[in-house]
Write a protein that binds this ligand. Sequence first.
Ligand code: ATP
Ligand code: ZN
Length: 301
Amino acid sequence: MDAAVTLLDQLIAEGLLVPTGVDGLYGRSGVFEDVIARFEALVTRTGGGDGAEVLRFPPAMTRTQLETSGYMKSFPQLAGTVHSFCGGDHEHFDLLAKLDEGESWTEHQAPTDIALTPAACYPLYPMVASQGPVSADGRLFDVQSYCFRHEPSADPARMQLFRMREYVRCGTAEQVQAFRQGWIERAEAMIASLELPFEVVPANDPFFGRAGKMMKVSQREQGLKLEMVIPVANAQPTACLSFNYHQDHFAHTWGLRLAEGGPAHTGCVGFGLERIALALFRHHGLAPAQWPETVRRVLWG
Ligand code: ATP
Ligand code: ZN
């Protein structure tokens, strides 16, 4: 049995994750949630003094926003859209008959105006753009959301619904690069204080298809995405944090402008909350009460 499946089995046996029968869709226990809450508090202690605007969106964005974001061009394989029954009595009768017969019943489901959020920062950019040009100090946001990615897997670190906490910077190229560098150093100190082994490495997003191959290479070569990897459930370490510099990509997508003129640059640091919790369970054991005192002090004070 491979290591990922073994860790998943242990997490389920311990009641930390509750299986649903669908890979990547789990319930979480109180102990699991407490670890996430304590880690988020550590993130807030680290970044909370920077004056970020705190925003929480539900785990959805408008379908129009998803369309405009270009997500369907780059990651069609991961996107999730919400469909609902939109028929009348006749279609309802047909639907129930098909359900009874165990046949496919979804033909009467039609797309709603809602899509699932693929990354916590996605609903932010259209909002910022709608609020007008970004002043000389730039803007800084603190967001957190459940995110959906259609990538079913038996690896507990690859979920279909998981949370991402992010700080997002919007401003000049220099402001965004300084933000990203600062967060790499902070994240290294944070993860070291949790006594987890890590490495920061160049990375790329899973751009789709043949055209996507070029985009992966170019993103890597330009150093636009770095990840902090930590051994979790596989032989290969898993990306638990990412440090992204989007250049002026979202300016072109959404019309983000600087008050002084020109496109605004953006970047984000993303904490994969479930992956970090899983890394803690993997390295320190399934019972947080028995974690090293030094680690407990960082998280529980
Ligand atoms: P961008 O803004 O460029 O899309 P991002 O930071 O918002 O990037 P990712 O880098 O794709 O988004 O993901 C951020 C973090 O979310 C990852 O480093 C990882 O920890 C976590 N993550 C991604 N996919 C999954 C998944 N399937 N299951 C659990 N955690 C995940
Ligand atoms: Zn982001």
